[in-house]
Write a protein that binds this ligand. Structure first.
Ligand code: PLP
Length: 415
């Protein structure tokens, strides 16, 4: 390892020479061109000992904060017992995790993968397998991942076009428009895939009635409804699952990010026993070497225990309301910078009037040691997704930094 202290120039050079010169530049311009060293709770510490409040939260990964002691302990214990599965015996942790998720989601069967995009791939394949149909309906600006299938249903052409031809049979429709949904779902549709709150698309909450309409149309026309809760899932929006806000039961549910408790990567898709019948007699039709590994399952089991015991969904509702009210107060003082504040629970977005404001705000926030980032498919929206364990004091510090950043940004862009 390179010497500690200010290692940023050396690491930046390694990025430029061996990872990505463009990424090195992007990180530098965001004002966070420093090297991460350690993290605990809401705080990330860099190599020079500076502490940052993490209001990006790994885009939903760090719902329990960084390095939650119970998740670390569970993983550590498993590390010394059996880190990876031999794959030829029964894997007790995968079985226990599937049962616990079935209890929480009312979907009886689970498949474990290693990331969100991989879990989405599995969900799309299962929809085609079960229905025998090719068609997929997805929303503009949606984000489902960057492997071929997940990218095909994602909604931003910038990421799709360089890789065409992607998988055929995908129809994109505007998010939140029930008439477009009605026109797109046909008797050759295998599935409609939706995020209940579009994350990377710019924190767009599904309008009331939209998911219910999607549910009804899918049922009526024999298509499956896939809820991609990779970012919204497990308490983030103030409910264990975001679909619960509208009382909608999806046919297939996709989880990842927060499921690993901020310690291990894990993704998963779940479905009812009726849909799982599609695999009948073919147990090896969809497999993964590392999916469901004991380390990841131990992390996920500990995560689900903490989430429920500490009612982190309730905490997301309470502190989300506080953060949202604070952001709205800043909005009313800076209407020339901010067009809207929106979101659910601790998944909040601030839409700016111009894309250029975003870079300035993020840089100013970084100077005040608060991490905020924009959404991948909509750079005009800055998102706030802190750990659900965030304290009222940390929320206050974030709001103060945001207010000061707006003031400096307004000075930088005089009208
Ligand atoms: N689905 C949603 C809703 C996401 O937000 C993401 C990632 O941001 C993904 C899928 C892809 O997950 P991963 O980056 O783990 O592949």
């Amino acid at each position: 390892m390179l010497a500690s202290q200010n290692r940023s120039p050396q690491i930046s050079k390694l990025y430029r020479e061996h990872l990505s010169p463009d990424l090195a530049r992007l990180i530098k311009f965001s004002g966070l061109g420093t090297v991460e060293e350690s993290a605990l709770g809401t705080v990330v510490t860099d190599c020079e000992g500076d502490e940052y409040l993490d209001f990006a939260g790994g885009y939903g990964v760090f719902s329990l904060g960084h390095r939650h002691p119970e998740v670390v302990a569970a993983v550590e214990a498993q590390l010394h017992r059996m880190p990876l599965s031999a794959k030829v015996f029964l894997n007790p942790l995968a079985a226990e995790l599937a049962a616990e998720l079935a209890r929480l989601t009312r979907l009886d069967y689970a498949f474990f993968a290693n990331s969100g995009t991989e879990a989405v791939e599995g969900a799309l394949k299962l929809a085609r397998l079960h229905t025998g149909r090719p068609g997929l309906v997805a929303a503009d600006q949606a984000f489902h991942g960057k492997t071929m299938g997940a990218l095909s249903v994602s909604g931003r052409k910038t990421y799709r076009d360089p890789f065409e031809p992607l998988i055929p049979g995908v129809t994109h429709i505007p998010f939140g428009d029930p008439a477009a949904l009605d026109a797109a779902v046909t008797d050759s549709t295998a599935a409609v895939i939706l995020e209940p709150v579009q994350g990377e698309g710019g924190i767009h909450v599904a309008p009331d009635g939209y998911l219910q309409r999607a549910r009804a149309l899918c049922t009526e026309r024999g298509a499956l409804l896939i809820a991609d809760e990779v970012q919204t899932g497990l308490g983030r929006t103030g409910r264990m699952l975001a679909v619960e806000h509208w009382n909608v039961q999806p046919d297939i549910l996709v989880l990842a990010k927060a499921l690993g408790g901020g310690v291990m990567p894990i993704g998963c898709f779940l479905a009812s026993s009726e849909i799982w019948q599609a695999y009948k007699g073919r147990p090896l039709l969809h497999t993964s070497t590392f999916g469901g590994n004991p380390l990841a399952c131990a992390a996920a089991l500990a995560t689900l225990k903490v989430l429920q015991r500490d009612d982190l969904a309730g905490r997301a509702r309470e502190l989300g309301a506080r953060l949202q009210a604070g952001l709205q107060a800043v909005w009313s003082d800076y209407p020339e910078l901010i067009a809207e504040v929106r979101g659910l629970g601790l998944m909040l977005g601030v839409e700016l009037r111009e894309e250029g404001f975003g870079g300035s705000l993020i840089m100013e926030m970084a100077k005040q040691r608060v991490i905020a980032v924009y959404t991948l498919n909509q750079p005009r929206v800055i998102r706030f997704e802190p750990p659900l364990t965030v304290t009222p004091d940390e929320v206050e510090r974030c709001l103060q930094a945001f207010r000061a950043s707006c003031q400096r940004t307004r000075a930088r862009f005089p009208r």
